[in-house]
Design a protein around this ligand. Structure first.
Ligand SMILES: N[C@@H](CCC(=O)N[C@@H](CS)C(=O)NCC(=O)O)C(=O)O
Length: 119
């Protein structure tokens, strides 16, 4: 099972908690005291949380953990059904930004054309 090292009231740890919940993953939460990081240091070689341990693989930094979870999920999803492209939420988000820019530039062109017609 995944092990999740966290402290209370840490927004970075909560980001990881939300990502884990979103993915529906079971974890063992290991709550460490804010003032004693010896266990975190022993496991990860540094003091900050969140830290995720996946079968011996240690991942530090909340966004690195989110990326790691996304990559693992995509790998598992494409193994489940290799004929279906896995949906990567990060890429979908980029595509949405591009689509929005495209729509804005088309609207701008139309506005200019209308202005030209009116004058
Ligand atoms: N960039 C890191 C920052 C990690 C971080 O600053 N964690 C805080 C808790 S939110 C911490 O462990 N602070 C303890 C300290 O600075 O000694 C991440 O996103 O995970």
């Amino acid at each position: 099972m995944l092990q999740f090292y966290r402290v209370k009231l840490s927004t970075n740890a909560e980001r990881v908690a939300l990502a884990l919940a979103h993915k529906g993953l079971k974890v063992e939460s290991i709550w460490v005291p804010y003032e004693d990081r010896s266990e975190v240091r022993r496991v990860s070689g540094q003091d900050l949380v969140p830290v995720l341990v996946d079968d011996g693989k240690v991942v530090i930094d909340s966004m690195e953990i989110v990326r790691y979870l996304e990559e693992q999920d995509l790998t598992t999803a494409s193994q489940r059904n290799p004929t279906l492209p896995a949906m990567d939420l990060r890429i979908i988000n980029q595509e949405l930004v591009h689509a929005k820019e495209l729509v804005q530039s088309v609207m701008e062109e139309l506005r200019r054309a209308r202005e030209k017609q009116e004058n």
